[in-house]
Design a protein around this ligand. Structure first.
Ligand code: 5GP
Ligand code: ZN
Length: 145
């Protein structure tokens, strides 16, 4: 049938007709439709993972601005750091702790590195799923642009 895709759930093996394409394979997908980083967390968009826990995923930025440029996201969707801080400060702390763990794994924790959470339009946040950038491996200028 034209324009109708078919997906099979892994939970009960019921095959459902689904109109168009979905960002996720499973109707029980808990991410936000059309969110790039939810799709990466679900494994539907490929990314190069650096570290991974039940709650947090770190993967390499597709357009690196330094020798190490890794993004850390909570698997659960929050639009930005302000929303995550308000809803679940413990999870925000885990994102920051994982950012430091990435710096250790990447071998840049001794020399120094930067953690950036662009939040909102004036900070030029381009992906509305909260993420921390870890940048390092070269001297980093200040102030930022
Ligand atoms: P923001 O500007 O929102 O703080 O940062 C978004 C980051 O996501 C950018 O550094 C951008 O290069 C990165 N990015 C955008 N699309 C993709 C993608 O499909 N895969 C990966 N790994 N990174 C992406
Ligand atoms: Zn999301």
């Amino acid at each position: 049938m034209h324009g109708i895709a078919s997906i099979t759930t892994h939970a009960n093996a019921v095959t459902l007709p689904v109109r168009g394409t979905l960002p996720a394979r499973c109707p029980y997908y808990r991410g936000v439709a059309d969110c790039l980083f939810c799709a990466i967390a679900a494994g539907d968009v490929p990314a190069t993972a650096v570290t991974s826990t039940d709650q947090v995923l770190a993967f390499r930025d597709i357009n690196p601005q330094a020798p190490t440029h890794v993004l850390i996201i909570p698997r659960e969707h929050y639009p930005d750091a302000a929303a995550l801080a308000a809803a679940d400060p413990g999870l925000l702390a885990e994102v920051i702790a994982q950012a430091h763990q990435v710096a250790v794994v990447e071998g840049i924790s001794g020399g120094g590195y930067r953690i950036v959470l662009n939040t909102g339009a004036e900070a030029v946040q381009t992906v509305p799923h909260v993420h921390a950038h870890v940048l390092g491996g070269r001297p980093l200028g200040w102030p930022p642009g």
